[in-house]
Design a protein around this ligand. Sequence first.
Ligand code: ASN
Length: 528
Amino acid sequence: MDTTDVPLQAEMVELVPNGKHTAALTASAVPSLAGDRFEENQTGVAEMEEFLPHGAEKKQTHFTDFEGKTSFGMSVFNLSNAIMGSGILGLAYAMANTGIILFLFLLTAVALLSSYSIHLLLKSSGIVGIRAYEQLGYRAFGTPGKLAAAIAITLQNIGAMSSYLYIVKSEVPLVIQTFLNLEEKTTDWYMNGNYLVILVSVTIILPLALMKQLGYLGYASGFSLSCMVFFLISVIYKKFQIPCPLPEQEGNTTGILNVTTVSTSDYQNGYTVLQAPEQDTCTPSFFTLNSQTAYTIPIMAFAFVCHPEVLPIYTELKDPSKKKMQCISNISITVMYLMYFLAALFGYLTFYDRVESELLHTYNKVDPFDVLILCVRVAVLTAVTLTVPIVLFPVRRAIQQMLFQGKDFSWIRHIAIAVILLTFINLLVIFAPSILGIFGLIGATSAPCLIFIFPAIFYIRIMPKDKEPLRSTPKILAACFALLGVVFMIMSLSFIIIDWATGGGKNSIKSLMNSVRGGWNPAGRSDL
Ligand SMILES: NC(=O)C[C@H](N)C(=O)O
């Protein structure tokens, strides 16, 4: 089809919720939304060519720019999998620093805000045709908008993927060691996290990342979610199994509960400083405020980030409509909200103030050879491994939009970008885990941008003024939403900077990691 049709088609889509554009294709008379700023929408030309059926022009009344094939259920799985990641492991720690009531309040607020943000993205995408986050940026602010969105997505998702692969690198050797019943780590290759992370990347992640469409990952996502359900059930079960307070270390290695002392000094290191009044260690707190409370919002925001994946999933949805996609998002967010709350609650009620910024690590201290905990670790490993391909898709797309815009789909490029990305993340995780801390800084800026600021400002720019004037309630609400994002961003950055200024080298890195990775904190592990 004629490439010059593309911007016109996109423009004429009048508040059509889903990319099933009912507007006629005689769009030459429709004025450009943003004036003459964009001579041509080069962004999606090639992709649209690919997606657009060649007979589309004939379908004057029911134009569909991409024939999605993914079912409602699979889309729920994919979006839930995109939401669920290492974030869940940090929430019990967040609860220890807020108390149950304040945590519930904040978690509810972040979940609602996340859903509202998806609403804004979907509404904007109804105007320009469903595509991707960066295209909304392009529509709203031209190339700078597109680049800002693409860079934020790339940084956020590379940060998330490297945290997942770090879990693989540090947990798989421990799991193998435990399975083989070895007291000490040996020098065999299968005990070396570096080799194992490469093996997992090549054998599991890469083949999944090479799929042409996200929709094909539905089964993997469903499996990944069931692993997380198992994790949750185990966390609940363990609450009733692990005594509080933990008995002192007895040098006992044969009992059912081999308990290693969890002394308070273990936790008085940098980011895990918790003031645990001796006599109250096993009493839940409903409302807590301490120096770590401030990290709660970035931890929760990270846990709910899925926004780069929303539009690609929408594009691939069968019989798409904005209502259907919002419903998918709301179901995914609600289920994750419940899982997050329960995991945090029972994790917290097991260890109270002694919970670490990474929940699994805390169980390790009780009994690293416990079979159930071992299975839980395998489940979490599987879940995060299967999340990597989902999170990689939007990054590849963002790179394509930045470097190869307007080019036709090419398998070679599709494969090459995935291989280069995975190689880069592997190198990062293997050779420079401490550099990962820098993603803390990036994450503190990219997560609020992707959840709050971009959806709101893109919406304000994209929604035509004659439909919704600048002073209309939806636009004022969107402006407040963007402002909230700026406040969150400044807040997170200030905490990081204050921590850097006062914490000293290692601890500051810990705090950084903590603030971006939803509490998953490789730098906080003893092996670093
Ligand atoms: N998709 C992401 O960026 C992070 C994800 N929400 C997590 O908790 O790991």
